[in-house]
Design a binder for this molecule. Structure first.
Ligand SMILES: [Zn+2]
Length: 294
């Protein structure tokens, strides 16, 4: 059911990337700057991510010898030093996720350029390396973003929903590898009710969330796709949901033939295939439209 399937390394059936966006309290600082001292309850929920859930997830990945990718705003890299140390010690990738999780499409040209410079600088200060990939805060990629990612030497982008397998997003300067996901793979859709952000919905049982993800995985395994979660430690790192994550990892191991990889490794694999002319991905030129066709 996938035309032009991508060859995965060592004949793997599919690729799996458990990506987490560790937003921490950045969301509160950017959305409730005026009354943040009265946002105590919501802040405690967000702080659960870096302080309680992240160590749990890092332990879980270590148990299964998995190296994965965390998208982290620069502000969080700067403010959660011990968590960042644990991420690095575990062999995981820290990728870029804005400076303070601000909406990129609501920024001016200068503001977005300054935002990425500041965020990248925080990651370089903590890791000694420039980030290789990016996911847009709250899926707010702007018409400028691809060019700014190129300015900072990034190899991949992970905000879009345009395929079941990697493809390329490009402009006249060149391409980045797109590592797509889609909304059912974002845990906010299953598990978040958050009054501070106007999100009120019926929360699913952890096992119902598992069901969504296992069915998505089984399809990717069957047809050779990329299974890429967009999860958040404060949401999916809660105990009952973390138990379901372990159940999912076991299911994947039982099926076998899965390439568990960091996003930078997947992007490097795609670029290698393209350079060696062993596979031709689809290409999208961004932005899709410079003005509406009315
Ligand atoms: Zn985020």
């Amino acid at each position: 059911m996938i035309r032009n399937p991508i060859p995965w390394p060592n004949g793997a059936r599919c690729a799996v990337a458990f990506t987490f966006d560790m937003d921490g309290e950045s969301l509160m600082h950017v959305h409730h700057a005026k009354d943040i001292s009265d946002r105590i309850v919501g802040t405690s929920d967000l702080r659960y991510g870096p302080e309680v859930a992240m160590p749990r997830l890092i332990d879980l990945f270590a148990k299964y010898d998995m190296k994965q990718t965390f998208f982290i705003p620069g502000w969080c890299v700067k403010n959660y030093g011990s968590t960042i140390e644990e991420v690095l010690k575990g062999g995981h990738e820290i990728a870029y996720h804005g400076w303070l999780h601000g909406s990129l499409r609501d920024m001016s040209d200068d503001e977005e350029a300054e935002d990425i410079a500041r965020g990248v600088e925080a990651i370089v200060a903590a890791t000694g390396e420039k980030p290789r990939g990016f996911r847009a805060p709250s899926y707010t990629m702007s018409h400028r973003t691809l060019g700014l990612l190129q300015d900072h030497g990034m190899a991949y982008e992970a905000s879009l929903f345009g395929d079941d397998i990697p493809y390329l997003v490009e402009n006249e300067r060149g391409h980045l590898v797109e590592l797509p996901s889609h909304m059912p793979m974002d845990d906010w859709t299953q598990f978040v009710s958050f009054p501070d952000f106007g999100v009120r919905q019926t929360i699913k049982a952890p096992s119902q969330g598992y069901q969504v993800h296992v069915e998505e995985f089984d399809a990717m395994w069957e047809y050779g796709g990329l299974w890429c979660s967009v999860w958040h430690p404060f949401v999916s790192g809660r105990l009952a949901r973390a138990m379901q994550i372990e159940r999912l990892i076991k299911h994947m191991h039982d099926k076998g033939g899965v390439w568990f990889a960091r996003m930078d490794e997947i992007a490097a694999h795609v670029n290698g295939l393209v350079e060696r002319e062993e596979w031709s991905p689809r290409r999208h030129t961004l932005p899709y439209w410079t003005k509406a066709d009315t």
